[in-house]
Design a protein around this ligand. Sequence first.
Ligand code: OAD
Length: 251
Amino acid sequence: MGPASLIQSLRDAQRIVALTGAGISAESGLATFRAAQTGLWSKFKPEDLATADAFRRNPKLIWDWYAWRREQALKAEPNAGHLALAEMEKRAPQFLLVTQNVDGLHSRAGSQNIVELHGNVHRALCSENNCSSDNFDVEHGRCRSCGANLRPDVVWFGEMLPPAALQTAIAAAEKCDAFFSIGTSSIVYPAADLWRRAAEHGAIVIEINKDLTPLTPMASYSFLGKAGEFLPELVTAVWDKKKIHESSGAD
Ligand code: OAD
């Protein structure tokens, strides 16, 4: 497993940030976005479904699409990659998971400290007045406070990311010792820029991806492979073997 220098750096790291994308949920059976044959954006045009304009034109179509995605997410189970990140959180002194995924699988795997940059398909928002309480009649798709339609609590094309979530992610990236980029194509900003902020502030950057991405040549360590296979091995190599080593040293 991995170069010894990486294992040592992770053992020494006080603060770890992991950014995830659709690739980490691929092994749970959920489609990624940009895969040539199977990706969501090869089957559906994003501008027909994932924009505020599309929602205004045809809210029912968009709700139906998100109901389908909710159902897919609920049918799926967290995989070994999600579980390994929940383990990493328990072992690292400080850990933040930043995800672009809207499927909720990280929480179901047990991760606690999570920033959802692109929202969550299991939540709704008031579509007109951004009413802050969630006084929502989800069954009828209405905000009880102002009567407006509800919309899925996800970030659509052309929209800003939730400012507090983005701020938390940026601050953590700029303070961390190790930054993971896992299962993301690293082309959708501002998430795609977080590794750079981490690197500029001295963090090591570790990429885990089935394919090459624009980050690959820049990463301190790049592992071509499946997150669900690589991450459990890494967590064991860094933290479990350390425990074994320490307890045998104490004998
Ligand atoms: P993409 O579909 O762009 O990229 C998925 C990445 O995961 C690719 O680089 C794959 O090579 C990699 N991958 C696939 N299976 C993997 C596995 N088992 N292990 C490791 N890597 C694997 O998805 P995202 O990067 O998440 O935004 O896309 C970013 C954003 O673009 C999404 O959040 C979404 C989309 O438009 C919004 O909807 C706002």
